[in-house]
Design a protein around this ligand. Structure first.
Ligand code: HEM
Ligand code: HEM
Length: 145
C-alpha cells in the first residue's frame, strides 16, 4: 500500500476518493430521479443505506485528511479552501439526512446536498482547467505519479 506523499495521493486516499465519488453519483441520481417521477420514491431506501455508508466513510476520510495534511500534495489557498469546504459538507449532508429522517421535516439536507453537488462540479471544472493549461493534477489521484 502506497502512503500519501507530496507528489501524489496514496492507495487509501485514492480508494476513498473514487469509491465515494461513485456513491455520490448514485445519491444525486436517486434524489433527482424521485423528484422527477413520484413512482420512483422507493429509491429513498437505497438512498438512505448508501448515505449511511457515506457518513462512515466521510468520518474516516476527514480524520485522515487532518492527520495526513503535511504528507499530501500542496495546492493553492483556493484549492485548500475548496477541499475543506467539501470535507465539511461530506459530513454535514448525511448528518442532516439522518436528522430529516428522524424529524420528518427540514429543507437543510437538500440545500447542503446541492451545495456539495455544485462544489464537486467546480472541483471537476478545476481539474479540467489544470489539464488544459498543461499542468494536469490527475496523476496525483489516478495512475502513476
Ligand atoms: C452524502 C450523502 C447524501 C447525499 C449527497 C444526499 C442527497 C440528497 C438530495 C440531493 C436530496 C433531495 C433534496 C430535496 O429534494 O430537497 C435528498 C433527500 C433526502 N435524503 Fe439524502 N443525501 C445523503 C444522505 C442521506 C442520509 C444518510 C439519509 C437518511 C438516513 C438521507 C435521507 C434523505 C431523505 C429522507 C430525503 C427526502 C426524501 C423525500 O423527498 O421524501 N439522505 N438527499
Ligand atoms: C469525475 C470526478 C472527479 C475527478 C476527475 C476528481 C479529480 C481529483 C483530483 C485530480 C484530485 C487531486 C487534486 C490535487 O491534489 O490538486 C482530487 C482531490 C480531491 N477530490 Fe476529487 N475528483 C472527482 C470527484 C470528486 C467528488 C465527487 C468529490 C466530493 C464530493 C471530490 C473531492 C475531492 C477532495 C476532497 C480532494 C482532496 C483529496 C481527498 O480527500 O481525496 N472529488 N480530485
Amino acid at each position: 500500500m502506497k502512503p500519501d506523499i507530496p507528489q501524489r495521493y496514496g492507495t487509501t486516499t485514492r480508494f476513498l476518493h473514487w469509491t465515494m465519488a461513485t456513491c455520490y453519483l448514485f445519491m444525486f441520481a436517486t434524489a433527482i430521479a424521485w423528484n422527477m417521477d413520484e413512482s420512483l420514491k422507493f429509491l429513498t431506501n437505497p438512498h438512505k443505506a448508501v448515505g449511511f455508508l457515506l457518513l462512515i466513510l466521510s468520518a474516516w476520510r476527514v480524520m485522515r485528511a487532518i492527520r495526513q495534511s503535511s504528507n499530501r500534495p500542496v495546492g493553492s489557498m483556493a484549492a485548500k479552501f475548496g477541499h475543506w469546504a467539501m470535507y465539511l459538507l461530506m459530513l454535514a449532508v448525511p448528518v442532516t439526512g439522518v436528522m430529516r429522517q428522524i424529524t420528518q421535516e427540514g429543507q437543510i439536507h437538500g440545500v447542503l446536498a446541492f451545495s456539495l453537488l455544485f462544489l464537486s462540479l467546480g472541483h471537476i471544472g478545476m481539474v479540467v482547467y489544470h489539464y488544459i493549461k498543461g499542468e494536469s493534477v490527475m496523476p496525483r489521484m489516478f495512475g502513476r505519479a
